[in-house]
Design a protein around this ligand. Structure first.
Ligand code: PLP
Length: 390
């Protein structure tokens, strides 16, 4: 029986689970580094936890099932996942990457992968409306297109189906970082992507208590390469952290719905506030990516980027929040406010940051699942105190 995503978050489509593990309803944590062999040349199916661990396997099956992939790989952070992906490429290869991306991905590409001979061409995938706009960037060395949609932090939206057509025509991989929407709202593999990446630290974990990362694919050739790489490089997620993410995923559907509901209300409130110059939320019909998102996603998520009147005001807001926490990260039950310039995007060269639209007055909000009235009351207090100091 095909299960809906809400149910798949709670029950893996694997009947053996009910029979094995003494019927444990919460999947057990196999806190073991190694496994005894029943005899010479025999194996229980598990040999050493760098290669496989039952708790990690359960999590990997769950995430693969949520993203409609054939397999997924659970790693120690989102950056560990993206770093492992870079091992699919060789010196001389070129990747066309989104201009606006999580700052850590830009730092990895520019400082680590570039040193290993991989070249990156930046473009604004959100402005690609036909194949020609991107085809002139593709060279004989180009191996992949790498995109976030929506992007962190500018919430740019790209057309995954269009990019997948271009990628297929030129024999390129399409890699989509799906962190901002989670598999609950968007499944890039269904739209033709070859690989999906997640910072599992965010919505999948959902509680700001665990770092994790995922790579998901529906291609057996990539699956094989990644199994070899995870075994060889050893950044697989530890059993207890796997269990925390499994537990987080059980409530993914209700958290995403509630966070999105709050986000709509807060985005509207911010839009009406005279101290706010611009609110970037793809749920608004005037957002340039709104129509594409309606087509390719089941929701708009709970991330909002907004620009206030001045840097002084932005800093003052950060100092005054208390219920809303001034902290990096996103996707948890707690509402967090971030200052990309000095936090998530501090290592992005200033010129690129400004080109992407990140200013000293840009704030990024990850809306949580608190009572929305309490969040708006907090904003009212913070904005009115900050205004008095203007
Ligand atoms: N991708 C996106 C879109 C992110 O926002 C982040 C972190 O904020 C990462 C990847 C990296 O994930 P992690 O912090 O789990 O290493």
């Amino acid at each position: 029986m095909a299960l809906s995503i809400e149910t798949k978050c709670i029950h893996l489509e694997d009947e053996d689970n009910c029979k094995n593990h003494y019927g444990a309803v919460s999947f057990p944590i196999y806190q073991t580094a190694t496994y005894a062999h029943p005899g010479a040349g025999k194996s229980t199916g598990f040999d050493y936890s760098r290669l496989q661990n039952p708790t990690r396997e359960q999590l990997e099956k769950t995430v693969a099932s949520l993203e409609n992939g054939i397999d997924s790989f659970a790693l120690s952070s989102g950056m560990a996942a993206i770093s492992l992906l870079m091992e699919l490429f060789s010196p001389g290869d070129n990747l066309i990457v989104d201009s606006d991306l999580y700052g850590g991905s830009i730092r990895l590409f520019d400082n680590v992968s570039a040193k290993n001979g991989i070249a990156f061409t930046r473009t604004e995938f959100c402005k690609v409306s036909d194949e020609n706009k991107i085809e002139n960037l593709i060279t004989k060395n180009t191996k992949a297109l790498y995109v976030e949609t929506p992007t962190n932090p500018m919430m740019n939206v790209s057309d995954i189906l269009l990019l997948s057509k271009i990628a297929k025509k030129h024999g390129l991989l399409l890699i989509v970082d799906n962190t901002f929407l989670s598999p609950y709202f968007q499944n890039p593999l269904d739209l033709g992507a070859d690989i999906v990446v997640h910072s599992g630290t965010k919505y999948l974990g959902g509680h700001n208590d665990t770092l994790a990362g995922f790579i998901v694919t529906n291609r057996t050739d990539i699956q094989e390469k990644l199994r070899f790489l995870i075994k060889t490089t050893g950044a697989g997620l530890a059993p207890f952290d796997c269990w925390l993410i499994l537990r987080g995923i059980k409530t993914l559907a209700v958290r995403m719905e509630r966070a999105q509901e709050n986000a709509f209300k807060i985005a509207k409130w911010l839009k009406e506030n005279p101290l706010v110059d611009r609110v970037i939320y793809p749920g608004f019909s005037e957002h340039p990516g709104h129509k594409i998102m309606r087509k390719q996603a089941r929701g708009f998520g709970a991330m909002i980027t907004f620009q206030v009147k001045s840097q002084k005001l932005a800093l003052s807001i950060l100092e005054k929040v208390s219920l809303i926490r001034y902290a990096e990260s996103l996707g948890g039950v707690e509402t967090l406010i971030t200052y990309p310039t000095t936090q998530t995007h501090a290592d992005v060269p200033e010129e690129l940051r400004i080109k992407n639209g990140i200013t000293n007055a840009t704030l990024r909000l990850s809306v949580g699942i608190e009572n929305c009235e309490d969040l708006i009351k907090e904003f009212k207090r913070v904005f009115s105190q900050a205004q008095k100091e203007e």
